[in-house]
Design a binder for this molecule. Structure first.
Ligand SMILES: NC(=O)c1ccc[n+]([C@@H]2O[C@H](COP(=O)([O-])OP(=O)(O)OC[C@H]3O[C@@H](n4cnc5c(N)ncnc54)[C@H](O)[C@@H]3O)[C@@H](O)[C@H]2O)c1
Length: 434
């Protein structure tokens, strides 16, 4: 099928790169978002998210007029939905005495409803938002069929998970293999034809529910593997072992690949998606549920380490390095580093956080403009995110900025031997007997 014009609903981390890439590959794209601030920023030549190379790409797409932005869809050959699918807590206690996390599908529902008046025979609709199993057939299809058209017969309907890595989105969007699942084989085929516009990786066709499962399985297995790494860190503290050394040695085995412990699991994907399985089948998911709990509890283990290093926290000044949910991104969503800061503040510590990516939405946390502002006069330096630019910091630089010689490194950022030799006392997660 020949695609001349498409609508991309949701201009966030996924939708904006996708819309711009289609536009720079010659397709007329209408980027739709319900957030007026996002639309104004783009219309004024700005950009509301940090992603390497994205500013240049968006500028090129807008300048060529192949990309326009709007607060509502228009008639097009295809509609792509890339809106958020967060969770909210179920307070009913229906599943358990503890609140469960339930998928919040309101944005997908309203995006689908917005498409209905414009849907025509022969159109393609693709859902890219990470969604619970069967969303495409049980939620999306009935809404779109309010148009009077039948999915799989009158229009094509598919699900295609987005698996790009923040920080490398533009490259991975093009190079990664892409799975596209249709409600019919023809829907998958037509979806594949759309992505062929720019995807250089293999495009694999399947059914819609399998494609939904693929994405959830990837993130769930990662969450479980991080949970076990976090438990290894706790065990290492208990038994007086250096977890970083133990993992390095274990990973010399050709069939072992233990992941890295840390302050927890955050972001919009790995800490969210396993809940979609737990919600759909609580009776079948004790392991997935427990892994979520293990990772959510990890900030408390970071607290214990800080207390070990500093004693009572009331009035202690702590310089926090990094708030993002992982290295080299500006994204604070579900960030466990933010959770750690909240716990420390609640215990009376005074926090000065330095986040070099200067994200929006760090409300409530006192942010320092520079590394020096954060560390001067501090009682300890707490590293929560292994940003590349932190990795490069030398003991001699910190020495000039502050009198403190106490480092708490939760993510194995610095060579502790070198810092020890330079006169610093270094506490590391998973390497201290608690
Ligand atoms: N960010 C990632 O790295 C990543 C990776 C893989 C998958 N995903 C999935 O992709 C989806 C989108 O994630 P994101 O990170 O781009 O989200 P985001 O929050 O960055 O952007 C979503 C955008 O959609 C807009 N929006 C909300 N409701 C809308 C509606 N009804 N119509 C039009 N626009 C609407 C919001 O205003 C926002 O600008 C989610 O399901 C997420 O789980 C994200």
């Amino acid at each position: 099928m020949k695609f001349q014009k498409i609508c991309v609903l949701g201009l966030g981390y996924i939708g904006l790169p996708t819309a711009s890439t289609f536009a720079t590959h010659g397709i007329q794209v209408v980027g739709v978002d319900v957030n007026q601030r996002v639309l104004e920023t783009l219309k004024n030549g700005g950009i509301h998210i940090h992603e390497p190379g994205l500013r240049t790409l968006v500028e090129a797409a807008l300048k060529s007029e192949k990309l326009t932005v709007s607060n509502q869809p228009e008639a097009a050959d295809a509609f792509l939905i890339a809106v958020p699918t967060p969770f909210y807590e179920d307070k009913t206690g229906e599943y358990n005495e503890e609140p469960y996390k339930l998928a919040d599908m309101r944005a997908v529902t309203s995006a689908a409803e917005a498409i209905v008046p414009y849907l025509k025979e022969g159109n393609l609709v693709v859902l890219e938002s990470t969604s619970p199993p069967r969303t495409t057939v049980d939620l999306l299809k009935p809404i779109l069929e309010r148009s009077g058209l039948k999915a799989g017969t009158d229009f094509y309907l598919s699900y295609s998970p987005e698996r790009v890595l923040p920080g490398q989105i533009l490259r991975e969007l093009i190079e990664n293999a892409r799975v596209i699942g249709g409600v019919t084989p023809e829907s998958a085929q037509v979806g594949a034809e759309l992505y062929e516009t720019f995807v250089e990786g293999e495009i694999i066709q399947t059914d819609a529910t399998t494609a939904e499962m693929v994405k959830l399985m990837e993130n769930t297995s990662r969450d479980i593997n991080i949970a076990v790494a976090n438990e290894f860190a706790r065990l290492s503290d208990r038994f007086g072992v250096d977890v970083w050394e133990a993992i390095k040695l274990a990973n010399l085995h050709p069939r072992i690949n233990i992941l890295t412990p840390g302050v927890g699991v955050g972001g919009h994907c790995i800490s969210v998606d396993p809940w979609f399985f737990v919600e759909g089948a609580p009776d079948l998911t004790p392991l997935i549920y427990t892994a979520r709990k293990v990772n959510d509890e990890q900030p408390h283990f970071v607290m214990a380490l800080v207390q070990k290093a500093l004693g009572a926290l009331k009035g202690k000044k702590i310089a926090v390095l990094g708030l993002a949910y992982k290295p080299d991104v500006d994204d604070l969503r579900e960030s466990p580093a933010v959770e750690v800061v909240k716990l420390l503040s609640d215990a009376g510590a005074e926090i000065r956080a330095f986040e070099p990516f200067k994200p929006q939405g760090s409300s409530g946390i006192t942010m320092s403009e520079t590394l020096e502002d954060a560390v001067k006069d501090s009682d300890a330096i707490l590293v929560l995110v292994r940003h590349k630019q932190f990795k490069d910091i030398k003991p001699s630089e910190i020495e000039k900025m502050t009198l403190t010689r106490l480092i708490i490194d939760t993510v194995n950022t610095w060579d502790f031997n070198a810092w020890n030799q330079a006169g610093f006392q270094v506490y590391r997660l998973g390497a201290n007997k608690l």
